[in-house]
Design a protein around this ligand. Structure first.
Ligand code: ADP
Ligand code: MG
Length: 729
């Protein structure tokens, strides 16, 4: 009997929901108590320090050392009231996870006593030993050091006994080594470009922020069951396993009642998150068994990205306390829906207007249409880059798997807005007559709000959909750092808005058009030019693949192919013109992501080979031997008549042999291909080899192994099965 699997099953079945300590306060009272938020800042800081900090947060002003000392001292005083003894610069290296290195406030004073110290220098900058974070050669090329620098726009927080200070992570020469630095630069770029355009409509707008509301999907598995599977432990997904007789076909999990153990986990997670200022709001079951979703209220994009990274970390910790394991992988179980992380994105002005929400007057609607159409145009122009921003080895398993958006980028806007754009497409060239303009404003632009109110048009199959007052980028993977997608979305729209302003100004200056007419004329051209990216039909259908090809849209099916879009001359120019990344940073990221792809597939290949060789084949042989003994016994009893009684057994013996050969020979071939791939010098060619030569063996090996799983005595099978992983509560 397979001891690990059965011990794990027994353990998981004996679990009770872990009791959650309800802190006797309402969620609203708990909100942000562990964050150095505005009210704590006011309470713990001098007026000068507070004003300087606000200036830094809102206008990006530099903070001088004296003020930094005051901020640090206030932060420390506050953090100590929360029980903090240590501080850390918290950052998001290119590995996708978060990183921290804890230092104590405690410092011996030299006279036998000690003090708690945290000054401006420690707040503002730190040098972690960064040599083991991926850097794509940046630090080799330049300088062997990287440092973290305080990001005052994302407030510090306390977790357990540590004060965490959100920081950027850059090389000594200033190149970004993290996900946050390019995002902050992109946010600056969109602020600038979107504000300039907003001035056409409202002179009071002086700042535009990008907003992000993510929806995190994940699986929850009993921790004993998860650890009983080496593939889950090492790769976050199952590499082998016969699908359960019952999957998600009954659709009985979606919005069903949340299992008790999961609910206890969620309650504790919510309490922790709320205290950390993460405004989590909704929780529900997802489509697949043991799959769930968590979503907060949207926030400013940088903060929201930080909150997503933070919550993923908190989820892991809380799950451990509940004897559960969170799977963030995009496709942990073949045959069952995978997980994504929808990124809901919009733009908001400092006058309180959502630029992607239709307004009440024709004027505010023209403003809405401007941002709306420019976003569509940006997606059309940079579709491949958008695809690249969500590319990863794990997301490759999900995209286009008839449950997730396809790898083809398109935009869904709904019937009514399509009709509006069709009308606008007919706007005449040059200045409009007063009658034409009134008609356009009243009957086309002016009609938008009432239409959208009852617009329940939703298309779940679209990778980039307009949903009433925001765009929803649905192709983002559940394990991804949202920073990558958000950096791209904000930069491409920033570039597009900059070009829009140039186009409109030039019609005004060179052709003498009135402002509104110029805007209508430019928008009309954009609508025409970007029409091919708009798709209202079923994104999961085969027809769309054919249709998209006819339209000339890319279908970048795998990560190595997609990543190449990041280094085209056009994209490099985009990054540089917007001050988001320089050539070194672009190439470093490209190299790191290709390398990461190789490593992920390489690890899966190794784990698969090991499990197949050490678990599957010996178990199959073991069972086959039992059958052989049985056949021999029958022969002893029945003599030459034995085949009448042993026919089935003999067939199974033969079949087992053929599948054992299937597993063994394909593992050998896969190892050969891996060896060949490892010898390839160029990271991108190596990635291609892993994608096209190594990875295809995964399915073949799995096929034979899954057949064996069906034949071998259940008691002998060493790997915890689908039904046990997915339906044990
Ligand atoms: P679903 O996609 O599951 O139907 P909703 O459409 O209700 O969910 O909204 C999902 C997310 O959209 C939430 O996280 C919400 O905070 C976010 N959201 C709503 N308005 C905006 C906005 N203006 N900017 C960014 N995100 C937003
Ligand atoms: Mg959604």
């Amino acid at each position: 009997m397979s001891t690990i699997r059965f011990a794990a099953l027994k353990e998981s079945q004996s679990r009770k929901p872990v009791e959650v300590k309800e802190i006797s306060a309402s969620r609203s009272e708990l909100y942000g108590v562990n964050v150095f938020n505005d009210s704590f800042c006011k309470k713990f800081m001098t007026k000068d320090a507070y004003a300087a900090l606000k200036d830094a947060m809102v206008h990006g002003k530099k903070i001088d050392r004296k003020i930094a000392d005051q901020v640090a001292s206030a932060m420390k005083a506050w953090a100590m009231t929360k029980g903090a003894t240590h501080y850390t610069h918290w950052f998001q290296p290119l590995t996708g996870a978060t990183a921290e290195k804890h230092d104590a406030f405690f410092e011996p004073a030299g006279d036998g006593t000690a003090i708690d110290k945290f000054d401006g220098g420690q707040l503002v900058q730190q040098e972690p030993d960064a040599s083991s974070f991926p850097n794509g050669g940046i630090r080799n090329t330049f300088e062997a050091r990287g440092y973290t620098a305080w990001d005052p726009t994302s407030p510090a927080f306390v977790i357990a006994t540590t004060l965490c200070i959100p920081t950027v992570f850059v090389s000594y020469t200033g190149e970004a080594l993290d996900n946050k630095t390019p995002l902050l630069r992109a946010l600056q770029s969109i602020d600038h470009a979107a504000t300039e355009v907003a001035q056409y409509f409202d002179k009071n707008v002086h700042k535009v922020i990008a907003t992000l509301g993510w929806e995190q999907e994940y699986f929850l598995i009993d921790s004993a069951l998860a650890t009983s599977r080496p593939d889950i432990v090492l790769t976050g997904r199952v590499l082998l396993g016969q699908h359960a007789a019952k999957g998600q076909q009954l659709e009985d999990h979606y919005f069903g009642s949340i299992p008790e153990r999961a609910l206890a986990f969620m309650r504790e997670l919510e309490i922790e998150s709320i205290q950390l200022g993460i405004p989590v709001k909704t929780r529900h079951n997802e489509v697949a068994p043991n799959q769930f979703e968590l979503a907060p209220i949207f926030e400013e994009a940088n903060l929201s990205v930080d909150h997503n990274s933070l919550i993923m970390d908190v989820m892991n910790k809380v799950a451990a306390r509940h004897n559960l394991k969170v799977l963030f992988h995009e496709k942990p179980f073949d045959g069952i829906n995978g997980s994504g992380k929808h990124n809901n994105w919009s733009l908001a002005t400092d006058t309180g207007v959502n630029l992607l929400s239709p307004g009440k007057t024709p004027k505010s609607n023209l403003m809405f249409l401007t941002y709306f159409i420019n976003t569509i145009k940006a997606v059309h122009r940079y579709a491949d880059l958008l695809r690249a921003s969500i590319a990863s080895a794990s997301n490759d398993f999900r995209l286009g798997a008839n449950e997730a958006p396809p790898a083809i980028v398109s935009v869904f806007i709904g019937q009514q807005l399509t009709a509006v754009l069709d009308e606008l497409e007919r706007v005449k060239d040059g200045n409009l007559s007063p009658e034409e303009k009134t008609d356009l404003k009243l009957n086309v632009v002016g009609k938008i709000p009432e239409i959208l109110l009852d617009n329940t048009d939703r298309n779940r199959t679209s990778p980039f959909a307009f949903t009433g007052n925001k765009f929803e980028f649905r192709a983002v993977g559940s394990s991804a750092n949202c920073a990558k997608a958000m950096t791209v979305v904000n930069t491409i729209v920033a570039q597009q808005l900059t070009d829009f302003k140039k186009d409109v100004d030039s019609l005004i200056e060179k052709k003498g058009l009135k402002k509104d007419d110029a805007i209508f004329n430019v928008l009309r051209e954009y609508i025409k030019e970007s029409k091919m990216i708009r798709f209202e039909g079923d994104g999961y259908s085969d027809n769309w693949v054919k249709e998209a090809k006819k339209r000339g849209l890319s279908n970048l099916k795998n990560t190595p192919e997609a990543l190449r879009a990041q280094i085209t001359p056009e994209v490099k120019k985009l990054w540089m013109d917007n001050g988001v990344m320089n050539d070194v940073e672009i190439m470093a990221r490209y190299e790191i992501e290709m390398e990461e792809y190789v490593k992920k597939v390489q690890i899966e290949g190794r784990v698969l080979g090991d499990i197949a060789t050490n678990h599957v084949i010996p178990t199959a042989i073991n069972y086959q031997n039992r059958l052989i003994l049985n056949v021999q016994g029958l022969k002893d009893i029945f003599g030459k008549d034995f085949e009448k009684y042993a026919g089935e057994q003999i067939d199974i013996i033969k079949e087992i042999s053929s599948h054992i050969t299937g597993v063994k020979s394909n593992v050998d071939k896969m190892i050969e291909e891996r060896k060949k791939a490892n010898k390839i010098d160029h990271a991108d060619k190596r990635a291609d080899a892993y994608c096209h030569k190594v990875k295809p063996y995964f399915d073949v090996i799995r096929y034979h192994s899954d057949k064996l799983e069906l034949m071998v005595d259940d008691e002998l099978w060493p790997l915890t099965k689908y039904r046990e992983l997915l339906f044990t509560r």
